[in-house]
Design a protein. Structure first.
Length: 454
């Protein structure tokens, strides 16, 4: 079988890619100064900026966004009259969670069992390396046929909206004919996939107060209202007995029309324990791509070790609500807030604070750019055809870009297939997927440039 020259070039560049991803993963770039020093994010941003400069990008800048973080921008001019393509990734990462549960240090890229492990390896530092590989391969094979803008976000995982607000205030900066968001993933390793939909999200913190101070549970328990018990009862109201999300007024019965997700495969991907059932009803695809889903992502309460026999005067939780296409995240926020306020028991005092929000997104996969992407994927993945799936996660910037540039085509690809276990311990990236998706992106840019010449 004849190997495409671009594929040969990218294969030769993989050792360099591993070295660079090792350097980038080493930055503890969690965009929350309460958890990690802000200097780690700043160092990662400077690394990304230096990488763009070394590839000949112009106007490279660290953009100070309204949420206090930095996004990195650069522009690589192409041939006269060539279309402009915006390539997106983010360099901030989720916290590593339980570092003791990692089989290797989370900020040290480790080669194990054919995968590269480290926080951000797939989501989404690997996405930035994918962009570099594609552009380097094009330079080595006749040049980059389009003008390229790169934007690497610094707070995507926090959902604080810094880049969205900056783009709205500087609408010309990210304008492009088409946009490639390198922050999703194939349905599974080896199956080329574009993401057709993203659920939006809202993030709320709820606090319950019942007493002026903690009390002895033996002396006062049974009559004094315990804030932690009130919070548990409130959180339980967000799901019914089979686990279906039940926020008052929020529809949760839509269906997914497209690629299905077999339950056995989902159980394996989600690492569900034997004998434990899945929650809610409908197909797996319905539940994770087409319907809202509430998750309690954190609770402030006394830990088991060192706990005392006390009634708690106050308790707090953070709640994530995923919002499917067809529903408005702002409306969902209002409904969730009203639900929390109305279902708080015993007249307890309740306060609700919004800490993040992003709208759902639906791509037009019938647009011409998708033909260029399908052709590219058929070469990078011989014998496979491009598939379209949903994604339960959120990328709030997509809707901002769609609103600012309604004529631009938006495509979503990336390295976060199920085995990557993004946001969990032992996150990893498949180097084969990094290689094939870099080939895909390079060939897409060639195909797209040709399509605009016709």
């Amino acid at each position: 079988m004849t190997v495409h020259p671009i594929a040969e070039t990218i294969a030769s560049l993989m050792p360099r890619a591993k070295t660079e991803l090792t350097e980038l993963v080493a930055f503890q770039s969690v965009a929350d100064p309460a958890q990690f020093p802000k200097s780690e994010c700043e160092a990662a941003a400077n690394w990304v900026a230096d990488a763009l400069r070394s590839e000949g990008f112009q106007d490279v800048a660290l953009l100070d966004t309204p949420d206090g973080t930095q996004s990195v921008y650069g522009f690589l001019p192409g041939p006269a009259d060539a279309p402009t393509v915006l390539l997106y990734a983010h360099y901030d990462v989720q916290p590593p969670l339980d570092e003791d549960a990692w089989l290797s240090p989370p900020f040290e890229l480790t080669d194990r069992d054919g995968r590269w492990y480290g926080r951000g390896a797939a989501d989404c530092k690997g996405g930035f390396i994918m962009h570099l590989l594609a552009l380097r391969a094009l330079k080595a094979n006749g040049g980059v046929p389009v003008s390229v803008k790169v934007i690497a976000e610094g707070s995507e995982e926090q959902g604080t909206g810094g880049l969205e607000r900056y783009a709205e205030a500087h609408p010309d900066l990210l304008a492009a004919d088409t946009i490639v968001i390198g922050d999703t993933g194939n349905f599974r390793v080896g199956l080329p996939t574009v993401t057709a939909t993203l659920r939006g999200m809202t993030m709320l913190r709820v606090r319950i107060d019942t007493l002026e101070g903690n009390l002895h549970s033996g002396q006062f328990g049974g009559a004094a209202p315990d804030a932690l018990a009130a919070l548990i009862q409130l959180l339980a109201s967000l799901r019914d007995e089979d686990g279906t999300t039940t926020v008052d007024g929020l529809t949760a019965d839509a269906s997914w029309d497209g690629l299905e997700y077999p339950e056995a495969e989902f159980r394996k991907d989600a690492r569900v324990l034997d004998g434990v059932g899945l929650i809610s009803d409908g197909s797996v695809a319905d539940r994770i791509w087409a319907r809202p889903a509430v998750t309690v992502v954190g609770i402030d309460c006394p830990p088991v070790v060192g706990a005392t026999p006390s009634l708690q005067a106050s308790a707090r939780a953070q709640i994530s609500l995923r919002v499917p296409p067809g529903q408005d995240a702002a409306d969902a926020t209002k409904l969730l807030t009203a639900h929390l306020e109305s279902h708080t028991p015993w007249g307890a005092r309740v306060s609700v604070e919004q800490v993040g929000q992003g709208q759902p997104f639906k791509a037009d996969i019938t647009s011409p750019a998708y033909t260029s992407m399908a052709d590219a994927m058929s070469v990078a993945y011989p014998g496979e055809e491009m598939q379209a799936s949903g994604m339960g996660g959120s990328i709030p910037l997509c809707n901002t870009l769609s609103s600012l540039y309604p004529e631009a085509e938006i495509l979503l690809i990336g390295l976060s297939e199920p085995e990557a276990q993004i946001h969990a311990v032992n996150e990893s990236v498949s180097p084969e997927e990094l290689e094939r998706l870099s080939v895909t992106e390079a060939l897409f840019l060639v195909n797209y440039a040709r399509s605009k010449q016709v």
